[in-house]
Design a protein around this ligand. Structure first.
Ligand SMILES: *Cc1c(COP(=O)(O)O)cnc(C)c1O
Length: 437
């Protein structure tokens, strides 16, 4: 059993007089002793909020409850607490009650796009499957804040089976993304059962799990868990580090166990004002991630969820960060910066412009240094007309591998055989006038 840091020992001693390290590293102990009210926090950290502050905090907690694992709380630097990235992500802030009309309870319309309990089917070939409505730590920036703490529960087998049945009945679903809540709040046995059920579906090619456990409760990654997960390959895991300070000896150990179990690891960060809205912080973060075999996957623009106004940055901040990464560092250390479209349009990638101009012969580009260069396009390339009839094509694609047969969205406009010449919004007045005539 590894020894605890001084800080962990201090927090630990205040919660549990019988301070054996094995208890601190027991994830169930951590969940049982999560900080769920302001008073406990004050006691643990020897902080006293003023009456006025207390009133505002109580109001905030009444609306959006608090839960912080002792482990995550022990990472807070109390010397400069008001600027601490760990504190800001876990401790309530009166700004959460500040609502703008543009902020919504369900900005991504996940509930509207839900054909079965827990399922959001937004993209053609993959579904989001919420298998837990609880987390060990309630992130203050949670996009599903509407649900946090309202009813902490894990769906029963019957409800889960409804979701699984939906997937069974939809052969186009080749990728299932388990999320929540945190799916690793489930017991090993329950998760094993869900994964076994999913694996039994022939058309499900991959399963992914989205979890913040390596960040907020790394002791959840036990040998027993990784042994179980290993049985369900190909299985991918995405986690959620936002700041380099979250990468500790304990979280490194959790990541090592997962990577050693052959699980490809990705990371989804959220761009948060006052936490990580700085190119140097993000660069330090992505470097630490790849050092621990985690591929930075997405950097999210903060969603328009209620209670997040103080975390939101202009989109320009994200572009500035990506500008500072592309070319300046390892290609696979650069996440894709995305805006999840309000209303349920899905993730939209945004990045700086690299194409400056082009003609039929040449493309003019700029690189990360500002050098402007040109690329000569081939004269010899013979465009061919594609009617999506692969049988008559000289390119060798076995038809069995190409079950997609019609173009969708902007693809339609590029498609040689599709007759569409434009995509017109339903509300287009000019078009509606035409229809009426
Ligand atoms: C993010 C998301 C996915 C997965 O998207 P990828 O870009 O494939 O990672 C699937 N469904 C929903 C509803 C999502 O929000």
């Amino acid at each position: 059993m590894k020894t605890l840091t001084d800080r962990q020992q201090e927090v630990f001693g205040r919660i549990d007089k019988d301070a054996r390290p094995s208890r601190w590293q027991d994830w169930k102990w951590q969940i049982r002793h999560s900080i769920r009210d302001i008073e406990t926090f004050e006691k643990l950290f020897c902080i006293q909020f003023s009456d006025e502050e207390r009133q505002e905090l109580d109001k905030t907690v009444g609306r959006f409850p608090v839960s912080i694992t002792p482990y995550y709380a022990s990472l807070i630097d109390t010397d400069e607490i008001e600027n601490d990235p760990i504190f800001k992500q876990s401790f309530p802030n009166r700004w959460e009650l500040e609502m703008n009309p543009c902020e919504l309870a369900d900005p991504l319309a996940e509930d509207k796009d839900s054909p079965a309990p827990g399922i959001t089917h937004r993209y053609p070939d993959r579904v989001l499957f919420l298998v837990s409505n609880t987390c060990s730590m309630y992130c203050r920036h949670c996009t599903r804040k509407r649900r946090v703490g309202d009813r902490d529960f894990i769906p029963d087998r019957e409800t889960i089976l409804e979701g699984i049945e939906y997937i069974q009945n939809h052969p186009e679903v080749r990728d299932v993304l388990l999320s929540g809540g945190d799916p690793l709040m489930l017991s090993d046995e329950y998760l094993d059962w869900i994964l076994t059920e999913l694996r039994a579906i022939e058309h499900v090619e991959i399963v992914r799990i989205g979890t913040r456990m390596p960040v907020v409760l790394p002791y959840r990654i036990t040998d027993g868990l990784t042994e179980m997960l290993k049985k369900h390959h190909p299985l991918w895991i995405n986690t959620h580090f936002n700041h380099p300070r979250e990468i500790t000896a304990s979280s490194r150990e959790a990541l090592r166990k997962l990577a050693d179990a052959g699980i490809p690891l990705g990371n989804q960060s959220v761009l948060l004002a006052g936490v990580n809205d700085c190119p140097r912080i993000i660069k330090a973060l992505v470097h630490k991630l790849v050092e621990n075999r985690v591929r930075p996957y997405y950097l999210y623009q903060c969603d328009l969820s209620e209670g997040l106004v103080h975390f939101r940055t202009p989109v320009g901040k994200g572009i500035e960060i990506i500008e500072s990464l592309i070319g300046h560092t390892t290609g696979f250390a650069v996440p894709t910066y995305v805006i999840d479209a309000p209303g349920g349009g899905g993730k939209i990638p945004v990045q700086p412009n690299y194409i400056i101009s082009w003609s039929t012969n040449k493309v003019v580009l700029r690189n990360y240094e500002g050098v402007i260069t040109s690329y000569q396009q081939p004269d010899s390339y013979k465009p061919y007309f594609c009617d999506r009839n692969c049988r008559d094509c000289h390119l060798q694609l076995k038809l069995g591998d190409a079950d997609e047969w019609k173009a969708v969205g902007i693809q339609k406009l590029l498609d040689d055989s599709d007759q569409s010449i434009s995509l017109i919004p339903k509300s287009n007045e000019r078009h509606n006038r035409r229809e009426a005539e």
